[in-house]
Design a protein around this ligand. Structure first.
Ligand SMILES: Cc1cc2nc3c(=O)[nH]c(=O)nc-3n(C[C@H](O)[C@H](O)[C@H](O)COP(=O)(O)O)c2cc1C
Length: 220
């Protein structure tokens, strides 16, 4: 698989086979992602991979917080508003996806179910939590994003599926506490990783993209 094929065929995976991924393969993916460029080669990223009973215990904690309507405290807050054109894009994706699934993705009951599925790592055998020092500036968040993207691409090229999940850091203090991550660090993203069930309907929705001409201009 060449780079273009890897980038264009990767998609978010929300149904996984239960089999664990060998630790060497998970490490290979992370080692590849460490080759991501970063501001002054600062490499402002760290990761924890949680599996097995520990992952199940974490799911229990997060599901309990959700069930008790605990207020989310993500280390990176959810954007309160979006510019109109972007809000429209999000709405279009939700409507198309919800339409295919026969549900309203904005319905609060559906939203809660969706969060629970996130907290269950969509059935994946492993969860990856990416974090970085809280004192770092904006460029380091950019770098962490590159690291996350390369985790996803290295995984895809290795026959693994992933899904990046902002929801997975909803209860950041509880997660940091459970994983032994000091409060001086902030959680950037959670990702589920495992062998994808490619033919499952949960993985059949392919998201669209804006026409390139709408986001690109050549100036010459
Ligand atoms: C920063 C970030 C946060 C995301 N959070 C979630 C999430 O909490 N749950 C989820 O199911 N998908 C989440 N996604 C996945 C997006 O919905 C997905 O990337 C987007 O719809 C495009 O689809 P694709 O990944 O299949 O190309 C997130 C993606 C990113 C980059």
């Amino acid at each position: 698989m060449d780079a273009i094929e890897c980038i264009t065929t990767r998609r978010s995976i929300r149904k996984f086979k239960p089999e664990a991924v060998p630790q060497e393969l998970l490490k290979k993916v992370i080692t590849a992602a460490q080759k991501s460029p970063s501001y002054k080669n600062s490499q402002p990223w760290e990761a924890v991979i949680v599996s097995g009973k520990k992952k199940d215990d974490l799911t229990q904690i997060l599901a309990g917080l959700l069930e008790s309507d605990a207020k989310p405290e993500p280390d990176i807050p959810e954007p309160p508003v979006w510019p109109a054109a972007i809000a429209q894009r999000i709405d279009d994706t939700f409507k198309t996806k919800g339409g295919k699934m026969g549900i309203d993705l904005n319905d609060p009951v559906i939203k809660k179910k969706a969060k629970l599925a996130n907290f269950r790592f969509y059935g994946a055998p492993h969860g990856i939590f990416v974090f970085q020092d809280r004192s770092l500036a904006e460029w380091s968040m950019f770098d962490a994003g590159l690291f996350c993207q390369n985790i996803m691409l290295a995984a895809w090229a290795s026959g693994l599926g992933t899904v990046p999940q902002a929801f997975l850091i909803d209860y950041s203090p509880a997660i940091r506490n459970f994983l032994g991550i000091p409060a001086t660090k902030k959680l950037v993203l959670g990702l589920s990783i495992g062998y994808p069930e490619l033919d499952h309907p949960a993985n059949s929705f392919i998201t669209g993209r804006e026409n390139t001409d709408a986001i690109l201009r050549f100036v010459e």
